[in-house]
Ligand binder design. Structure first.
Ligand code: SF4
Length: 376
C-alpha cells in the first residue's frame, strides 16, 4: 500500500509497509517475527463483529501465524523489561537527587515533543528504550544464534496502536551495533486491513498462545496500554507484597481513571515519592509549564501523548465513541485480572533473560543508544 497515514499528534507522516510485509511473509528464506502491543488486542475484535474492547490476543496470534509470521510474541514482555529498568533508574535518580522528575520515555510522540518544546527537560527523560525497542533489541540478539535463525534473514515487525512508533524505529537511539532493531511497524488499522485481505474469518478463529521464549507478559506489562499503567506497573515493582490486597491498594491509589492529570503519592522505604500521570499533549504541556515555574514538584511523571493512553492511539480503528473507549480500557484491566503474574519482576521468562542472554548487556540492549545519536 502506498497510501499515507497521518499521525494525529502531528509528529509524522509516513508510508505504510503492508505490501513489503506481504512479500516477506511469502519469502521462504526470511523468518518474520511479530510482537503485538498491549493496546492492539482490545481494538480489533469489534472490527469483526465481536464485542468492543474484548481481548482477542489469542485470535491475533492465530491469524498472524496463518498469514505466515514465523513467531508471534507479546510486547507486554518488553514492557516488563521497561518496568524493571525504569524502576531501577528512578531509584538511582532519587538517590543522587539528579534529573528529577524522571519522565517516562515509552511514548515517542511525547519524547519528540519534550525534545522540541522543552529541551531543558530532555535529560529528565528516562534513558530506557520503549517496550517496542527493548523487545526489538532482545529479539535481534536472540536470533543472532544460527541455531535460532536457521540461516534465514530475520525481519522484526511490530504491531502497534500508534503511528509515532514508525518514527521511533528510525531514530539512531533505537539501534544496536549500527542496525535498526525493528524493521517495520504495522498499525492496528493496517493489520485489520491485512486480515480482511487475507480472507481469514477472524471472528471464527480458535485462540493460540504466543510463542516462546517471549510469550508471557505480566499483568503489569499489559496495562501499559492505558494511562496510569506504567506508573501502576512501577508501583507494583517497587512495593513489597503481591497478593490481591497489595494489588488493590495500588489500584485504588489514584493511578486509574480517565482524567488527563492524576497525582499519586507513595511511600518507599520511608520516603514519600510523588508521581504525576498525564495523558494528552495539551495536559502534558500545562503540567510542564507548572513544573518549570516551580509550582509543583514530582519525582516521577508518566506521559502519554494520546488522551487515555495507547488504547486511543492514532493507529487504532476510528471512530471510537465513549463506550468503545472505556471498553478498551476495561479490556486491558480485565486481561491483567486474568494473569497470574502481576509484577514484571516476577515474570519467570524475564528472570531467565536477565540470567542468560542479557547478562552484561542490559545497558546496551535496554537503554537508548545515545552514542549512535551523537554520531548522526
Ligand atoms: Fe503512541 Fe499515543 Fe501510545 Fe504515545 S500514547 S505511544 S502516541 S499510541
Amino acid at each position: 500500500g502506498q497510501c499515507r497515514v497521518v499521525c494525529p499528534t502531528g509528529a509524522i507522516s509516513i508510508k505504510t509497509n503492508m505490501d513489503v510485509i506481504w512479500d516477506l511473509l511469502a519469502d521462504k528464506d526470511t523468518k518474520v517475527i511479530a510482537q503485538i502491543a498491549p493496546a492492539v488486542r482490545v481494538a480489533v475484535g469489534d472490527q469483526f463483529g465481536l464485542p468492543r474492547g474484548e481481548n482477542v490476543m489469542g485470535k491475533l496470534v492465530n491469524v498472524l501465524h496463518r498469514m505466515g509470521f514465523d513467531e508471534v510474541f507479546d510486547t507486554s514482555y518488553g514492557a516488563d523489561l521497561t518496568v524493571i529498568e525504569e524502576s531501577e533508574e528512578l531509584l538511582n535518580r532519587l538517590e543522587s537527587g539528579e534529573k528529577l522528575p524522571l519522565f517516562t520515555s515509552c511514548c515517542p510522540a511525547w519524547v519528540r515533543y519534550c525534545e522540541n518544546r522543552y529541551p531543558e527537560f530532555a535529560e529528565n527523560l528516562s534513558t530506557c528504550r520503549s517496550p517496542q525497542q527493548m523487545f526489538g533489541a532482545v529479539v535481534r540478539e536472540y536470533y543472532k544464534d544460527p541455531e535460532k535463525n536457521l540461516g534465514k534473514r530475520v525481519v522484526s515487525v511490530s504491531i502497534m496502536p500508534c503511528t509515532a512508533k514508525k518514527d521511533e524505529i528510525l531514530r539512531p537511539e533505537s539501534s544496536t551495533n549500527g542496525k535498526q532493531d525493528i524493521d517495520y511497524v504495522l498499525t492496528t488499522t493496517e493489520l485489520v486491513s491485512m486480515i480482511r485481505k487475507s480472507g481469514i474469518r477472524f471472528e471464527n478463529l480458535e485462540i493460540e498462545a504466543s510463542d516462546m521464549p517471549f510469550g508471557i507478559g505480566s499483568g503489569a506489562g499489559v496495562i501499559f496500554g492505558v494511562t496510569g499503567g506504567v506508573t501502576e506497573a512501577v508501583l507494583r515493582r517497587l512495593r513489597k507484597g503481591h497478593n490481591r490486597v497489595d494489588m488493590d491498594n495500588i489500584k485504588f491509589s489514584g493511578v486509574r481513571g480517565e482524567k488527563g492529570l492524576k497525582e499519586v503519592e507513595f511511600d518507599y522505604n520511608g520516603r514519600t515519592i510523588r508521581a504525576a500521570i498525564v495523558s494528552g499533549l495539551g495536559n502534558a504541556d500545562a503540567l510542564l509549564k507548572r513544573i518549570k515555574a516551580g509550582e509543583v514538584h514530582y519525582d516521577f511523571v508518566e506521559v502519554m501523548a494520546c488522551y487515555r493512553g495507547c488504547v486511543m492511539g492514532g493507529g487504532q480503528p476510528v471512530p471510537a465513541g465513549p463506550r468503545t473507549k472505556s471498553a478498551r480500557m476495561k479490556g486491558l484491566y480485565d486481561s491483567d485480572v486474568n494473569t497470574q503474574i502481576k509484577k514484571s519482576n516476577e515474570n519467570p521468562l524475564v528472570q531467565t533473560l536477565y540470567d542468560g542472554l542479557l547478562k552484561g548487556k542490559e545497558h546496551k540492549l535496554l537503554h537508548r543508544n545515545f552514542e549512535a545519536a551523537k554520531n548522526e
